[in-house]
Ligand binder design. Structure first.
Ligand code: KIV
Ligand code: ZN
Length: 512
């Protein structure tokens, strides 16, 4: 007899809380479609009460996604819970996830509430949420550092009020596997009504143990839901990584004996989509989705692999989507083939006008680059926002001159609210001159805290993908731009970051 393990993806909520990882509604919708294709059970689509943008994103995902439960986070108060319910109205299967901190430290210093007040608020919030939806998850924030006797009282009370899932967060990534597993087991053993709910684990990666802790919560503690994010995206060192937990449970079925709905073939595409959308590059030695995850460089390994691949390979690269990355289209491909490929990649929401514009850009790219990969197409889609009319700034063209011994010069034409302007500057290098040329006109005053270039598909023929992280008045955003010319990619990334700085004004950060 096997049990089922529920995969709860929170890339679009906890993942998005990573500095600079904020996504637009359309970006979130695209990722949600990929998560549906991956067959995650629950998509935490956002925190509806935190901003109008997040509300709209949760609403759009609730209306579009049919095969997963769609969930919104909410603090434990009636206003947040009502907003979440409102955003989720169109969902075929909706969940409200409400939380309040239960550790002595958080209650005293952050909430300034007594334990009895917190218990009462938790109880009333779950009761209120249950009147709006049938599926209610409750999280005691900083649960792992909470007093176990007190936590048992809180959880017993919210289960009595009808909570259907209890999630135990290690909010600050302090746990170690054995202790976390035992903690979940103790809660389940001591709470009299614990068998009425699904138990869930939610681990942060501050000590690099989020996946190990989650697995211990499942194996030792008996949890049957894991909260995780694609590429382990998330605040600070991130969350438990979906691809790692899924492949661990699948590869070691002999040990875990659990079934999942997940379709691993779509893992790599999901990883790339999240990395291209957020600008968080995947490290090459990252398990499962890193560029080196299945590369065997040493002669001994290669020899073994040729004789029998199981000598050094415990999973097959193609099972998680590696061989699916192929040359898909070229210069002669038509609009229908292009549209079909967009759909295959989960990009279904674009209007006909958007598809025409993307197709024109695809043709331009195919003229400059003979082989077009899935990653190139996804980069075009991400890039579309930089040249989109509704954005404040849009890239038009640039010229730059650099020569050994001379100071580089750049001139950039871009749009500001649809009107073309030109900025000019010199700089230490061509990229520096280009970004200064933009800044000479915009005067954003933003500080650049990260600049990185990555080759999308390996070789120098590849498009360069640039990430620029800007910080201004306490806000941090990532802009991403792609182009075969990395100076152009840099200009696009910079403009994309400026657009995000503009649109991120009123967001309330979620906790944890
Ligand atoms: O880490 C955390 O405590 C959270 C909760 C809001 C579930 O993300
Ligand atoms: Zn969290």
């Amino acid at each position: 007899m096997t049990d089922k393990l529920i995969i709860f993806d929170t890339t679009l909520r906890d993942g998005e809380q990573s500095p600079g990882a904020s996504m637009t509604r359309d970006e979130k919708l695209r990722i949600a479609r990929q998560l549906e294709r991956l067959k995650v059970d629950v998509i935490e689509a956002g925190f509806a009460a935190s901003s109008n943008g997040d509300f709209e994103a949760v609403q759009a995902i609730a209306n579009a996604i049919k095969d997963c439960t769609v969930c919104s986070l909410s603090r434990a108060n009636d206003r947040d819970i009502s907003r979440a319910a409102e955003a989720l109205k169109g969902a075929r299967s909706a969940r409200i996830h409400t939380f309040i901190a239960t550790s002595a430290l958080h209650m005293e210093k952050k909430l300034r509430m007594s334990p009895e007040q917190v218990l009462e608020q938790a109880r009333l919030s779950v009761r209120f949420a249950r009147n709006l939806v049938a599926d209610v998850e409750f999280s005691p924030e900083d649960g792992f550092r909470s007093d176990v006797d007190y936590l048992c009282r809180v959880l017993e009370a919210v289960i009595d009020e009808g909570a259907t899932t209890i999630n135990v967060p290690d909010t600050v990534g302090y746990a170690v596997p054995e202790l976390y597993g035992n903690f979940i087991r103790t809660l389940r053993e001591r709470i009299p009504n614990s068998d009425k709910v699904i138990w869930s684990v939610h681990c942060h990666n501050d000590l690099g143990m989020a996946v190990a802790n989650s697995l211990a919560g499942v194996k030792i503690g008996g949890a049957r839901q894991v909260e995780c994010t694609i590429n382990g995206l998330g605040e600070r060192a991130g969350n438990c990584s979906l691809e790692e937990i899924v492949m661990a449970v699948r590869t070691r079925k002999d040990y875990f004996n659990l079934d999942m709905n997940i379709e691993p073939l779509h893992i790599l595409a999901a990883s790339r989509m999240v990395s291209q959308t957020t600008g968080f590059v995947v490290q090459p030695n990252k398990a499962v989705v890193g560029a080196n995850a299945f590369a065997h460089a040493s002669g001994i390994h290669q020899d073994g692999m040729l004789k029998a691949r199981e000598t050094y390979e415990i999973m097959r690269a193609e099972d998680v989507g590696w061989s699916a990355s192929k040359i898909v289209l070229g210069k002669l491909s038509g609009r229908n083939a292009f549209k079909q490929r967009l759909q295959d990649l989960g990009v279904q929401s674009e209007s006909e006008a958007d598809i025409n514009s993307l197709f024109a850009k695809f043709k331009e790219l195919a003229d400059r680059k003979s082989e077009i990969f899935d990653e190139d197409i996804l980069a075009l889609v991400s890039d579309e926002s930089v040249t989109h009319d509704k954005e404040q700034y849009g890239f038009v063209s640039l010229s730059q001159h650099s020569e050994t011994g001379e100071r580089p010069q750049a001139s950039v034409v871009f749009t500001v609210e649809g009107k073309e302007v030109r900025g000019e500057s010199d700089g230490n290098g061509p990229v520096d001159a280009t970004l200064k040329a933009i800044e000479s006109h915009v005067n954003s005053g933003a500080e650049m805290v990260l600049y990185s270039v990555n080759a999308i598909s390996g070789s120098t023929e590849s498009q360069g993908e640039v990430t620029v992280r800007l910080q201004n008045s306490g806000r941090v955003v990532n802009g991403v731009g792609a182009d075969p010319d990395i100076v152009v990619a840099s200009a696009k990334a910079y403009l994309s970051a400026l657009n995000k700085l503009q649109s991120k004004a009123d967001r309330v950060a979620a906790q944890g």
